[in-house]
Design a binder for this molecule. Structure first.
Ligand code: AKG
Length: 291
């Protein structure tokens, strides 16, 4: 359970380290499974085999100099990862921070930055990149499998930015990321005069392996290059609340799985969007997934 002090801190800053949630045993199983999938690569799955929705280098070319390997919905490819999306401490935290009693998974994404040459993830806000659901989905959980520190590309956040509205157009102008100095130097934005926090301060947010970090879907965030000798493997689990509805006018990778009329509740969207919390209680790991 998060304390009221933690909840208040999240609402002020737009992000929060919720502490350790995974055991060494869970981390070992998740790491081994992820490494198997990374070794297999995007083209290693045979038709009919359980597989993620997408597996690609975010740099956009097949093999880039500075890859960031993104795997979307690894939960669909491996039981260990499917168990994780139901993790009671994570789900309860999302319920507390959103104030919603009903939650389902929107999608997950691994971001893997290989040691020494892993690339950067641009400054962005999540919600503007998710135009098929409304209202904006509020909170994500981010869990690293390796200690994520400044040298291997931990996330950076801007405190208070979740209260500055949709600023994705500005963030897209912050493209020169080849040096850490460039990454942290966000220039040219003045926060609204009535905002609680009115200073643009990019802050590194180290998170140790097995800890969960929560961020609001409007919080400005990104992560620089991995310049260390350690990999940086992490998953973000993006959740939807019971209030989420389908917006047919938008485009998103997950739209292919939504066979609903415009404005229908996403609660009816089906098996690619599992329910993880009902009436304020985490539903827990389904029996078929328990070891
Ligand atoms: O893993 C990262 O560095 C970025 C993840 C991210 O952008 C997110 O969780 O929304």
């Amino acid at each position: 359970m998060l304390t009221q002090v933690q909840i208040d801190k999240f609402h002020r800053n737009g992000f929060l380290n919720g502490g350790r949630v995974l055991s060494d045993e869970e981390l070992g199983e998740l790491s081994d499974t992820l490494d198997e999938i990374l070794t297999k690569g995007p083209d290693g799955f045979v038709p009919g085999e359980a597989q993620p929705v997408s597996f690609r280098d975010l740099a956009g070319v097949s093999v880039s100099e500075h890859p960031v390997w993104q795997i979307v919905n690894i939960w669909e490819a491996a039981p260990a990862w499917e168990r994780l999306i139901y993790h009671p401490a994570v789900v309860r935290g999302i319920s507390q921070l959103t104030g919603h009693a009903d939650l389902q998974v929107w999608h997950d994404q691994i971001q893997y930055k290989p040691a020494r040459y892993g690339g950067s993830t641009h400054w962005h806000q999540d919600a503007p990149l998710w135009p098929i659901i409304k209202p904006m989905t509020p909170v994500s959980a981010w869990i690293p499998l390796d200690d994520a520190t400044e040298d291997n590309g931990c996330m950076w956040m801007v405190p208070g930015s979740h209260k500055w509205g949709n600023q994705i157009a500005f963030l897209r102008t912050q493209g020169n990321l080849s040096l850490l100095e460039n990454f942290k130097d966000l220039q040219g934005f003045t926060p609204p005069a009535d905002a609680e926090i009115r200073e643009v301060e990019a802050r590194p947010c180290p998170v140790m392996r097995g800890e969960v970090s929560f961020h609001h879907s409007l919080t400005w965030h990104g992560s620089p290059f991995n310049q260390s000798h350690r990999p940086r493997r992490a998953i973000a689990i993006h959740y939807m609340t019971g209030a989420a509805r389908f917006d047919q006018s938008g485009e998103h990778l997950m739209k292919q799985f939504v066979a609903l009329p415009d404005d229908a509740p996403m609660a009816a969207a089906g098996r690619h969007f599992p329910v993880v919390c009902r009436d304020g209680e985490p539903v827990g790991v389904p029996a078929r997934l328990r070891a």
